[in-house]
Design a protein around this ligand. Structure first.
Ligand code: NDP
Ligand code: PHD
Length: 363
């Protein structure tokens, strides 16, 4: 590919939030996406972006957006944008995204509202952009010409599904996945978890998170029916998944410890697994999506890596880091995964999804 011959106007809904701010950072230097409007709640609408945002990024607020007047999320406020990136709170994302789709916008969402919808792809761009093939059916069912919704996954799901997919590609289906997460506080948005709850502490509960991981993996790792109208949810090889989710006092970067069992006997060795993870090269890379990482999975040999503070900024947070690959005395294999929850776990995934959709002529 695959650079389009034109600039593509994009709007950001939820532009003032944690994910919205990442969208602004990433899109401000994008080769062909151009931010045309910013949208947030009625509390922010009508005011200059710089006056309403609580900017928490470690780079300056880009000049091009400072004075943009924030608009509401009513569909008639999105003008001539072709794509809407949504970092909306899930309390409002359902209604807003539905209205935007109906108004013929291509919506790439981080919110959980449509992930289980049988017409909507749940796409981690390093894993299953092949699911975009259901989009014509989504449009046809709803009587739309251009409007559709594509979501990305929960951020903890995203980190682990990349190596799990690489392992399924190399060694066949997985039978069991057990994962314990240590999730950064930025995952809870802003202001998020009160400092008196999280400092000097670990909170062993994140509402609905375990159920999301346990459900989302099967949709992402599964395929599509031959006629491209239904997801198969990995039903030929049912996979048992169990998750424990914890909030830890780290700003960005979710660390996840995982044990897995393969269907195949004997299972691959740790060395074979490391080789397969290093060799993993995905469709978004092949298509030349500008925001895709060079190395999708970085494998560490040092016994104390990956770590959030040291590894979350690699390739602008667009890749996934794996370490401590070793045999598991209960299942087959265990390893540690680190991913940037605000980048590949959120904004970067939506942006690569949109780049891929453009490369495939879906937008
Ligand atoms: N943080 C993360 O790591 C990840 C987050 N997500 C998902 O992404 C979405 C955004 O998360 P995050 O950025 O953390 O959340 P934040 O709470 O930081 O931001 C929420 C955004 O939604 C806007 N909003 C709130 N209420 C309304 C309303 N009534 N009408 C219109 N806009 C409204 C806010 O605008 P205003 O400032 O005006 O109130 C703000 O821009 C959520 O659905 C979340 O589940 C997914 C993966 C990872
Ligand atoms: N719940 C995640 C972030 C998130 O917003 O996930 P979801 O998009 O599934 O609601 C976390 O706290 O780290």
């Amino acid at each position: 590919m695959s650079q389009p011959q034109r600039e593509v106007k994009v709007a950001i809904a939820g532009a003032t939030g944690t994910v919205g701010q990442r969208f602004i950072c990433l899109l401000s230097s994008h080769p062909y996406f151009r931010i045309s409007s910013l949208h947030a709640s009625p509390r922010s609408a009508g005011k200059a972006y710089k006056d309403v945002v609580k900017w928490k990024q470690a780079v300056r607020l880009p000049k091009g957006v400072q004075d943009l007047v924030v608009r509401s999320c009513d569909a008639d406020q999105f003008g001539d944008a072709e794509i809407v990136f949504s970092g909306l709170d899930s309390d409002v994302a359902g209604e807003v995204e539905e209205a935007l789709r109906k108004a013929e916008y291509a919506v790439f969402s981080n919110a959980g509202n449509f992930r289980r919808d049988p017409l909507v792809p749940l796409c981690v761009p390093l894993v299953n952009p092949s699911h975009f093939a259901i989009v014509p059916h989504q449009k046809q069912q709803l009587g739309l010409k251009k409007g559709f919704i594509i979501t990305n996954a929960n951020c903890s799901t995203t980190g682990i599904v990349v190596p799990l997919h690489a392992l399924e590609k190399a060694f066949g289906p997985l039978e069991t996945v057990m994962v314990t997460t240590m999730q950064a506080i930025s995952g809870a948005g802003y202001p998020g978890v009160p400092s008196l709850d999280i400092l000097d502490n670990v909170v062993p509960y994140i509402g609905k998170e375990e159920e999301k991981i346990e459900w989302e993996l099967a949709k992402i790792l599964g395929g599509l029916s031959d006629d491209m109208t239904e997801f198969d949810y990995h039903s030929k090889h049912p996979m048992k998944v169990s998750a424990h989710c914890n909030r830890v006092p780290v700003v960005d970067g979710h660390l996840e410890c995982m044990s897995i069992r393969f269907a195949r006997r004997p299972p691959p060795s740790p060395q074979q697994v490391k080789d397969a993870l290093k060799a993993f090269y995905c469709e978004a890379q092949k298509m030349g999506c500008p925001s895709a990482p060079q190395q999708a999975i970085v494998v560490h040999e040092a016994p104390d890596r990956p770590q959030p503070r040291l590894d979350r900024h690699d390739e602008n947070g667009a890749n996934v880091h794996v370490g401590r690959v070793r045999e598991c005395p209960v299942l087959d294999l265990k390893l540690v995964v680190l991913s940037s929850n605000v980048n590949i776990g959120a904004a970067t995934s939506s942006i690569i999804n949109a780049e891929y959709a453009i490369a495939k002529g879906i937008v």
